[in-house]
Design a protein around this ligand. Sequence first.
Ligand code: PHE
Length: 389
Amino acid sequence: MPELLQQIEKTLQQLDAGTSEQVSALFAEVRKQFNDQEAYRRKQNDPANLQIFWTSWLGRKSGVLTKITENWLKPSQPDLKRIVGQELNSLKAHIEAVRLEQNAAIEAAGDSAANARDREDLSLPGVARPLGSRHPLRQTFEEIEKIFLSLGYSVVAGPEMETPYYNFEALNIPEHHPARDNMDTFYMAAPFTETVQGKPFAETAQGKPGAAPLLLRTHTSPMQIRTMEKQQPPVRIIVPGKVYRRDNPDATHGFMFHQIEGLAVDTGITFCDFKGTVEYFVREFLGPKIKTRLRPSYFPFTEPSVEVDATCVFCGGKGCNVCKQSGWIELFGAGMVDPAVYGFVNYDAKTLSGFAFGLGVERLTQLKYNINDLQLYFQNDVRFLRQFA
Ligand code: PHE
C-alpha cells in the first residue's frame, strides 16, 4: 500500500508511463493491490475495518479512485487519455462489483442470524398455565347434589333477598318467636328501583308503604314454602344456596355461609323414610363405616325435630378433641314437616306428610377434609385451594 499511495500521488509522466502497456500494467498493479487487501480484510473479518477499507478506496476526497482520477487521468497526455479512462472505468467496475457482492453477503448473514433468532423452537417445553380447581365448597355442593339426584330429588334455587313472610312467618316462626333471635340478619331499606321476582319492587307487597322490609335469608328453608306454593305433591327437592346471619366472623362463624335445604312431601312418608334417607346420605357422603344417630331438637317448622349426629370422622367414635370425647359429632338439623306449615301453602295436612333437612355445606366440608377455620374458605389463598385440586 505505501508504494501504491506514493504512485497515485504522482502523474503518469512522473511515473514514466508513456505507453498504453505501461498504463495497463500500472492499473493491473492497483487491481492486484485491491484484490490482496480485500482478501486480507475478508480473512480478518473485522467489521470495524470494513469502513476504513472502503473509505481508502472510494473516499471522495482522498480515496484511491479519486487520486487516480485527479493525478493520472486529468493531467494525462491526450493520446493516453482514452486508455487511462478505460482502465479506470474497468477498475471502478471491478471494485463496485466486489462491493455489491460484499453487501449482499453481509445482508444474507444478517438475515440468517435474525432468522435463527426468530425461529420458533418447537422442541421447547410449552408455557404451562396452572389449571384452577373447583372450590372445596363447590365440590361439596356437587357431591351432595349427585347423591340426592340419584334418589330422585331435583335441584332448585331461590332468592337470597327474602321477605320476612317466607323467611319466618310461613315457616311457623311468628314475629316475637324466640327462634328469630339466633337468626338475626340484615334488613334492607326498600330498594324502589329494584325488581322482586320480576315485578318492580314498589308494586310488590313489601314495596307498599309500611310494609315489612326485605331481609337476607337466614336459611334456605323459605324455598320449602315457595316450592309448595307452586307445586302439588309429590315434592322432592334440594335447595343449594347462600344464607346470611348477623354474626361476627371467627373460626366457626361468618356473616354468610352455604346450606342445602331438602324437602320431601308425599302421601304416606314416614319417619322411617326420613331416617333411611338421612342414613343413606351420611354413608354416601362420609363413608360406609359412619353411623348416624338422631338426637331430639327443636325447629318451629318440623315436628319432631332432630339433630343428625355421626360417629366422629376423626377418631372413629373412640373419643377425641374434635368430638369432645363423646365419639359423636353434630351434622345438621332436620325433622318431619310440622303440619302447621302445610296450612300456609294449602296442603292437606291430614293426607300428606314429609321431612326436611338443612345441611351446612361449610360444616360438612370441614368434617370431610378436617378444616379447622371457616374463614379459610373465603380468603382465596391458593395454598389452601390447591389442596383440593
Ligand atoms: N333451617 C334450619 C337452620 O338453618 C335447618 C333446618 C332445615 C332444620 C330443615 C330442619 C329442617 O338452622
